[in-house]
Structure formats: C-alpha cells, structure tokens
Design a protein around this ligand. Structure first.
Ligand SMILES: Nc1ncnc2c1ncn2[C@@H]1O[C@H](COP(=O)(O)OP(=O)(O)OP(=O)(O)O)[C@@H](O)[C@H]1O
Ligand SMILES: [Mg+2]
Length: 249
C-alpha cells in the first residue's frame, strides 16, 4: 500500500468492513435501549453476542434487521457497501439480513413445505427445497405437516431452514438452542456449524455462552445497551473475571 497515493472512490470503500455498525441508538417509545453500539465484522465472521438478561441482545439484533421495534434514531448500519440504516425490515431482508427470532415465527395454517416455499417467493433466493431437505432430513419427513405442530426443535430447524431459503449475507440467530432438549441442541449445533462452514457471516445470541463461544471466532459482550467487550471468543473463554462480571446471572 502506498500511503501517499490518493484513493479513488472504488478503493475508498474497500477499506470498509463487510458489516459495519456505527454508533446505533434505538428506542422502544421513549425507552432508550440500544445505547451507541458500534462494531465491525469481516465476511465469514461468527460473532457470539453475549450479555445478561435484559442487556439488549434481542433489541440489538432487531435493530440490525430493521424490525419495526426498537426504532433506530441515529447511527449507521452498512452491509457490503449498502446502507441498511435506510431500510425497512423487508428491504433489509432483501439485502440479505435474516433474523431468526427466539419465538421462531412459524406461520400457522401452512405446512412445513409451504412455510419454506413462502420464504422463496421473493428474490434473492438461497437454498432450494432439495438442498434444505438434504440438510434437514427431519423437515423432509414432515414436509406435509402443519409447521406450528412440529416439536420445538423441529420448529427451530424450520426457522433456520426458512432463513437459508433466502440469500443470506448476514444471519442473526437469537437463542437458537432456547428451550430445546440436549439431543436437539446437538442437531441445531451441527446445522449452525455447517452454516459457519459455508462462510455465512453470523451473529449468534445465546444464554449458553460456552456453546456460542465454541462456535464463534469473535465475541461481543453487551451490558445495559452498550458494548463492553469486543475481542476474540477464545479470550472470553479464558477470562474468568470478564465472564463473572458480565455473564454471570
Ligand atoms: N417491546 C419493548 N418495549 C419496551 N421495552 C422493551 C421491549 N423489549 C425489550 N425491552 C427492554 O429492553 C431491554 C433489553 O431487552 P432485550 O430483550 O433486548 O434484552 P436481552 O439481552 O435480549 O435479554 P434476554 O437475555 O432476557 O433475552 C430490557 O430492559 C427490556 O425490558
Ligand atoms: Mg433476548
């Protein structure tokens, strides 16, 4: 790199991170929750977003996905050169941000397959039904069953599969193991590992910090709506004091 050469417009954006969050502030009504969060991710990074109950993890993910609530009042969100802070939720989804919410949001009255097909109605599409069923044999077996009648673990698989049916550039997983039996957690973990192997940039929120840290290369810790740690996942695994200060219940 030549320090004195003047960058043209193309090289000026090359220095931008793949995913960049700059000083975002978000509110539920007048409740000020996300209080100036900034971080950056490279393509393929898997970040564990950790913090105590009520720290603002879900609110941060919802802000990034441009869900209606909380309302982003200031700050910028950039994905691969695109200004996500200017998007509505469906536009952010169209640009490849897929949020898998804790409550899974399976659509009642539709079969497993119909839930997946619905996700593929709009461009840009991701995995085909064949690819999804190959990775989620359990969903293939239950393709004609109504989605909301699946077990909790199967619904979680469907929620993740539905995100993969879209073209994902950034996957946001909010407590994907929540409320699931250990054997099912292992199935979901295997799938998340596959997603990581595909190089999909992912943020995973998890109460079980060890599970998330084992998967992630980086970690962010939130406390009262602010980032208090940004570093490697390994360092958090090894730093007992840090864990006690911000992650102990
Ligand atoms: N819809 C809402 N209206 C008002 N306040 C809310 C709303 N949702 C969350 N909050 C508040 O925002 C703060 C952060 O909540 P959030 O759900 O983001 O935390 P979290 O880190 O995901 O917690 P948990 O680990 O329990 O899921 C909490 O104080 C919560 O009470
Ligand atoms: Mg939450």
């Amino acid at each position: 790199m030549n320090a004195i050469s003047m960058p043209d417009t193309a090289t000026a954006t090359e220095a931008e991170p793949y995913f960049g969050v700059r000083d975002i502030h978000a509110y539920y009504g007048e409740s000020y929750i996300v209080q100036g969060v900034s971080f950056a991710m490279d393509k393929g990074d898997v970040v564990a977003l950790l913090g105590r109950n009520g720290a603002g993890k879900t609110s941060t993910l919802r802000t990034l996905a441009r869900a209606g609530d909380p309302v982003l009042r200031s700050g910028e969100i950039w994905l691969d050169g695109q200004p996500i802070h200017k998007c509505r939720d469906f536009e952010a989804a169209g640009k490849g941000i897929q949020l898998v919410q804790e409550d899974r949001r399976i659509i009642p009255g539709l079969t497993v397959e119909e839930n997946l097909v619905l996700a593929q109605i709009a461009e840009p599409r991701g995995w085909s039904l064949e690819q999804i069923y190959e990775h989620f044999p359990r969903l293939a077996e239950r393709r004609r069953q109504e989605g909301v009648t699946l077990s909790g673990g199967e619904q979680q698989m469907l929620a993740v599969a539905r995100a993969l049916a879209r073209d994902i550039r950034l996957l946001l997983l909010d407590e994907p193991y929540e409320g699931l039996a250990p054997t099912i957690v292992r199935d979901i973990e295997r799938i998340v590992r596959e997603i990581k192997g595909l190089g999909i940039t992912t943020i995973i929120v998890e109460q079980n910090a060890d599970a998330a840290l084992a998967l992630a290369n980086r970690a962010l810790i939130l406390d009262m709506g602010q980032i208090v740690y940004d570093g490697t996942a390994k360092a958090v695994l090894e730093d007992k004091e840090l864990r006690q200060e911000y992650l102990a219940v």
